[in-house]
Design a protein. Sequence first.
Length: 37
Amino acid sequence: MSTAKKSKFPLKWLIIAIVLIILAYYFFKPKETPHPT
């Protein structure tokens, strides 16, 4: 069983992925709604 490989996975990558998703969400949000009113 290669379960040790999963444990070796760095949590840093998970944080980076989340940050990238949040950044993309914030960058795409204003593009969808240029003016609220």
